[in-house]
Each structure stands twice: as structure tokens, then as C-alpha cells.
Ligand binder design. Structure first.
Ligand code: ADP
Length: 669
């Protein structure tokens, strides 16, 4: 075993690797960019080396600098995590040339699987079923359009260098092909520096089922069963589970064998995942799955497989990389129970899942294991007080739940999501909670289209229950404040406001003013009225612990968590978080000079395309500007018919949240 390794990554995966290292007594070296100086992975490591500015190209993708850091700190090996340099064969070779060990497969295996087109060739030769399509060199739009016709619509355009759903476009009709191809190629070039795309037959009712494999340098290869990652949005995984619902022993054996053949075909060593697309229109079949790609690294969703096998995959990676053989054979492995993982992101779900940024003013999760199996496990690379910056993936945490049955594991997931509270930045927690309670999903109906089909029902509710606003008003009025402000509920018995029988509170929610009049009826007993709209709510509040209280309204008692962080009051109840701000009476509001005719950037990003020109008339829904944020493209469209008065940005501009991009002429329709 190694005595010291460097982790060439950040965020939760860097922390995850370090947790295992700590348990095994292996010392760790972190690397970090300027933006991550205060990050959790830096604090967790034994040593940390600064490697550059925030942009990943200048820091986390600087292989030579990372290798220098390993040499300078005496690390013997480099763990790449996922993303960044994890599947870069040149980096793997450079690590080896520097006399260090790369914790992962060799460069040849990564090269064989690195591009989806080449990988499909290798797999077809190894007798693994592959998705029909075109994966040659020709990239002329007309030629590809002909190929698409030959494959038959719907077709999927994929960047051959793709990952994370980027550079992927579903095309349902021939007339959309040219535009979608252009978008896919542009996104592929921007994200991977390689515009080459391949075409695949789009499998309808698809399920994404992947097999975890492990190989060692001694010719052993096993699979550690499957994960179902069908719950996706825009080809990105949202909730994963293991095993797959409806999986029979025969199909599992067939998929496992295909995956192990795939691993053997390239002499695979370390952890890898063979991804298949399966026909989900009926029961899973032995002839109903096809190879999509192999990921030659640890996956984000590996904890669900750890949960059902009881193994630590990072430990296995370290053992195999340090020259040990796999400590088991296929027959030694068995599935224990069921596990789910939900990916908690900073994103604005109602605004089309826009990646969000923010300071994590408050972060609390239910009691859980961290980076290690448990009924509930939380893997997070951020801490309270930390930042979700625009530079990196906006993941906040992975919530993983395990149980003896699928139902128990899913109930645990639902509860764990409800008990998670993030203040200071919007999250997808409520959306994940709705998914965890989705009747079809609970019934085991999983296919990649589920989220898109039921999107409306999964959207966070807009109306705020009156007791949540009432609790925010009580907190803002200081009626729940203890002397230190950090444990208010203990102070409920020591009211300092008996003199104030009535208190008026001004709040802001979703940009709208909210007013409440509070009447103190008795100890812990209030009436909270809305002076503007009328109506009110009577509630009793009792402390439970910390910032959690029991609220009784109309005979029903619910738990809520109420947090005050600076000018924000956040109330979390039954998995729903609502943020209010307490307005600063001194701040004056500035009139919007463009009077609602402006199209503004909804997030920080890079302007990729400007299709609007001053003086041009546009129709509602026309694309005006394409913004790239988090390596994904977002098209901003005209909110109404009109004439473009002015274009304020040019291709290549880096814009911040709220920057005016295009202005329409006032009042013209
Ligand atoms: P990436 O490497 O970008 O994650 P994948 O090739 O793994 O791309 O595909 C991502 C997702 O896209 C899959 O999980 C699946 O939902 C969908 N997908 C991929 N190929 C097909 C296909 N041929 N038919 C239907 N859906 C597909």
C-alpha cells in the first residue's frame, strides 16, 4: 500500500478519496486553485499545493503542475477522481514517466475507450452488443444527414469525446438535423476540444443500466452488479439506484458477462463502468441491451454499489494500483439490499434547472455516515460558509440511502432529502424530494423519459404555506431570537418581547414585498395576519432542538427548521425550503432603466452566439443569444414579438448574472 498519494481533483470526490486514505493510514496531498483556497478538500488533506487560477484549464487540468506537486511532496501515486484528468491517457503516461503510479487503468485502456466511436468498434469485436448507428470520420452535415435517414429517426447525435450529456442532441425530425448537429459540434468543441460527433439510433423507452467492473494486473476481472441510472434530465443522471428494478438473474448474468468481456478485451485494471442502454418498453431482456460507452474511472454514483456490496471501491482502487490482486472472485460477491443516490445541486429548478451560485450560509443534513456506507450516507465537498462558485460543477452533496428493500431505501432517501436544509443558494432538493415520492418511480417504472414527462408535477410548489411565512415573520421580528442568535428555540421560554403585543414585519419573497402583523397571544402562541391581503394563521411554536421547532396549526403539528443567516430567513418544512429576505430600510430601489425590455443573463457565463442584430424584428421564442455556463449551452429567447433596439454583448464576452444582453424597442409588439 502507498504511504502518501496526491488527489488531482476537488469537491466531494477529492474528499471521498481522502476519507478512505485516512482510514487506511495513507497520507494525502490536495491540489487547489485560487477559488478553492478555503475549500473542504484542502482542509481535509494532510498537505495542499496551490496549482493556479480558478479556470480549470489553468489549474485542475494542468497535468505537469500536478505531477510536480506530487514529486515535491513525496507522493507515490495520483488518484484522479472523476472528470478533469481522470480519462486523459497523456496524463497517465506523464504520471508513469515521472516515476509515479496512476490510480486507474493504463493509458492504452483509456485510449481504447476514450472516444465513443473507437470504443464501439472494440466492443463489437469483443462480441458485446452495441447501439446501431454511424461512428465514422465523415463529418459533413449532408453526409451525416443521409446517415441519420438511413438509421431512421429519432436519432441521437453524440460528441465522440462526450461526457455528462454534453454535446448530445436528440433529433426527432429530419428538418431539425442540421441545426442540432451544429449545436452538438459547437458544444463538443467547447467542452472537449473535439467537434467530431457520431450518430446513434435513439432507443425509445430507454433505461440506462451500467455495470461496475474491477480488474487487476493479474488477469482477474469481475463485475459488482448493476446500477440503474435511468432517472435523468437532459441525459444527466439525477437519482441512481442499485440493483436495477425488474432485473432478473439471467439478464444480470448476461450484462455482467458482457461487461467483464469488455474489461478483459482491453486488459482492464482498476475500477470501471460499462454503460448499456436497455430497452425499457417491457421486461428487461438478454437481447435487449447495447453497449454505449465505458468510463475508465470511478463514477459519481459508485456509493450505491458500495452500499449493496459492502465494499470500499477507493480502497480496492488503491490496492490494485499498489500491485495487490483483487481480494475476491465473482462467486464471492452478493447483493445486500437496495440503495439510492440523489445528487443535490445548486440549481434553479423553476428557471429550467439553471446552475446557481452562492454562499452556503447554512448547510445541514440529517445524521449520516460520511463517505462510508450507512443507512444514510452524505458525501459532500462543501461546508457551511463555503461557496458554490461559477467555476466548477455546482454539486452540493450526494445523499445515499441503503435499506433491506427498495421501498425502505427509497423512504429513507425521501426522509433524508426532507431533513436537508441549504440556505444561501437555490437547490434542487425539493425536486429530488418530489422524485423520491413519485408514484411511478416508487413502483419501479424507470426510463430516461420519466422526468421530462412528469416535469410539471415535479416542479416545486409556488405558493408558500401561511405557516412558513408566519415562521419567517416570527424569526425576522426577533421573536424566536435567543441572546446568541444561534440556538433560538431554547430561548422560547424567555420572551423578551412581552411588551410588544403586536409587531409589524416587512419581508421580501421572490422579489415581492410580504407584510405580516404578529399578535402575541400567549407564551409560544401567535396570530400572524396579512394586512395587505387579509387572512391570518394562528400557530403554536415549541422548541425541539437547535433551530428545529414543532409548529401546530389548525390541530396539525409539523416540524420546521428556521434559519436566520444575515438578512436571509429560511424556513424548511417537509422538504420545502423557502427563503425570505429582511429588507434593509436604507437601501433604495433603482428603477430598471430598460423598463422590462431587457433580456438579461440569468447566470454568469460566456457568450457563444449572438443571433440578434439591432433593428431586426424578432418573434417570441426566437433565440437571441447562446450563453455557455458550466459547459452547457443555454439559449435565451425573445420574451415577445418586437424589434431589437440594441445588442449589448459580443461573442466571447464573459457576462455576470443580470448583465443586460439585448434590449427590445419599448412598447412595440
Ligand atoms: P455521456 O457520456 O455524455 O454521459 P452517454 O453515451 O453515457 O453520454 O449517454 C448519456 C445518456 O443519454 C444515457 O444515459 C441515455 O439516457 C441517453 N442515451 C444515450 N444513448 C442513447 C440512445 N442510443 N438511445 C436513447 N438514449 C440514449
Amino acid at each position: 500500500m502507498f504511504s502518501k498519494i496526491l488527489i488531482a481533483n476537488r469537491g466531494e470526490i477529492a474528499c471521498r478519496v481522502m476519507a478512505t486514505c485516512r482510514r487506511l493510514g495513507v497520507k494525502t496531498v490536495a491540489v487547489y486553485s485560487d477559488a478553492d483556497a478555503g475549500a473542504r478538500h484542502v482542509a481535509m488533506a494532510d498537505e495542499a499545493v496551490h496549482i493556479g487560477p480558478p479556470a480549470v484549464a489553468e489549474s485542475y487540468l494542468q497535468g505537469a503542475r500536478i505531477i510536480d506537486a506530487a514529486l515535491a511532496t513525496g507522493a507515490e501515486a495520483i488518484h484522479p477522481g472523476y472528470g478533469f484528468l481522470s480519462e486523459n491517457p497523456d496524463f497517465v503516461e506523464a504520471v508513469g514517466a515521472a516515476g509515479l503510479v496512476f490510480i486507474g487503468p493504463d493509458a492504452a485502456a483509456i485510449r481504447a475507450m476514450g472516444l465513443k466511436d473507437a470504443a464501439k468498434d472494440v466492443m463489437a469485436k469483443a462480441g458485446v452488443p452495441v447501439v446501431p448507428g454511424y461512428h465514422g470520420e465523415h463529418q459533413e452535415p449532408d453526409f451525416l444527414a443521409e446517415q441519420a435517414e438511413a438509421i431512421g429517426y429519432p436519432v441521437l447525435i453524440k460528441a465522440r469525446a462526450g461526457g455528462g450529456g454534453k454535446g448530445m442532441r436528440l433529433v426527432e425530425r429530419p428538418e431539425e438535423f442540421a441545426r442540432q448537429l451544429e449545436g452538438a459540434q459547437r458544444e463538443a468543441q467547447a467542452s472537449f476540444g473535439d467537434p467530431v460527433c457520431l450518430l446513434e439510433k435513439y432507443v425509445t423507452s430507454p433505461r440506462h443500466i451500467e455495470i461496475q467492473v474491477f480488474g487487476d494486473g493479474y488477469g482477474n476481472a469481475v463485475h459488482l452488479f448493476e446500477r440503474d441510472c435511468s432517472l435523468q434530465r437532459r441525459h444527466q443522471k439525477v437519482i441512481e439506484e442499485a440493483p436495477a428494478p425488474g432485473m432478473s438473474d439471467a439478464v444480470r448474468a448476461a450484462m455482467g458477462e458482457a461487461a467483464v468481456n469488455a474489461a478483459r478485451a482491453i486488459g482492464y485494471s482498476g475500477a470501471g463502468t460499462v454503460e448499456f442502454i436497455a430497452d425499457g418498453s417491457g421486461a428487461l431482456r438478454e437481447d435487449g441491451f447495447w453497449f454505449m460507452e465505458m468510463n475508465t474511472r470511478l463514477q459519481v454514483e459508485h456509493p450505491v454499489s458500495e452500499a449493496i456490496t459492502g465494499l470500499d471501491f477507493v480502497e480496492l482502487q488503491l490496492r490494485v494500483a499498489s500491485g495487490e490482486p483483487l481480494p475476491f472472485e465473482q462467486d464471492d460477491l452478493a447483493i445486500d439490499g437496495w440503495a439510492f443516490e440523489a445528487r443535490v445541486y445548486a440549481e434553479d429548478v423553476p428557471k429550467g434547472f439553471l446552475p446557481a451560485t452562492g454562499s452556503l450560509a447554512h448547510l445541514s443534513f440529517p445524521a449520516a455516515a460520511e463517505f462510508a456506507p450507512g443507512e444514510t450516507r452524505i458525501d459532500s465537498g462543501v461546508r457551511q460558509g463555503g461557496e458554490i462558485s461559477p467555476w466548477y460543477d455546482p454539486m452540493i452533496a450526494k445523499v445515499i440511502c441503503h435499506g433491506p428493500t427498495r421501498e425502505t431505501a427509497l423512504n429513507r432517501l425521501s426522509q433524508a432529502l426532507e431533513a436537508s436544509h441549504v440556505v444561501g443558494c437555490v437547490t434542487n432538493l425539493e425536486f429530488l424530494g418530489a422524485l423520491a415520492r413519485h408514484a411511478g418511480f416508487a413502483g419501479g417504472e424507470v426510463d430516461t423519459g420519466l422526468i421530462a414527462r412528469d416535469l410539471d408535477g415535479l416542479m416545486p410548489a409556488r405558493d408558500v404555506p401561511p405557516e412558513m411565512t408566519a415562521l419567517a415573520a416570527l424569526q425576522a421580528a426577533g421573536l424566536l431570537d435567543g441572546p446568541t442568535g444561534d440556538d433560538p428555540w431554547e430561548q422560547l421560554t424567555g420572551w423578551r418581547h412581552w411588551d410588544a403585543a403586536r409587531v409589524h414585519v416587512d419581508l421580501v419573497h421572490a422579489g415581492e414585498p410580504v407584510q405580516r402583523d404578529i399578535t402575541i397571544l400567549a407564551h409560544g402562541h401567535f396570530r400572524v395576519d396579512d394586512p395587505a391581503e387579509g387572512g391570518g394563521v394562528e400557530l403554536r411554536v415549541a422548541a425541539v432542538s437547535g433551530t428545529t421547532c414543532a409548529v401546530t396549526v389548525a390541530g396539525k403539528t409539523l416540524r420546521a427548521n428556521v434559519i436566520r443567516a444575515g438578512h436571509i430567513v429560511s424556513v424548511n418544512q417537509s422538504g420545502r425550503s423557502v427563503e425570505f429576505s429582511v429588507p434593509d430600510p436604507l437601501a433604495s430601489s433603482v428603477d430598471d432603466a430598460t423598463g422590462g425590455n431587457a433580456i438579461t443573463a440569468p447566470m454568469p457565463g460566456l457568450v457563444k452566439v449572438v443571433s440578434a442584430g439591432a433593428g431586426e424584428s424578432v418573434k417570441r421564442g426566437d433565440g437571441l443569444v447562446v450563453l455557455e455556463a458550466m459547459k452547457m449551452e443555454h439559449t435565451l429567447t425573445a420574451p415577445r414579438d418586437g424589434t431589437v433596439a440594441e445588442v449589448m454583448v459580443a461573442v466571447g464576452d464573459q457576462v455576470s448574472d443580470g448583465t443586460v444582453l439585448v434590449v427590445l424597442e419599448a412598447g412595440d409588439e
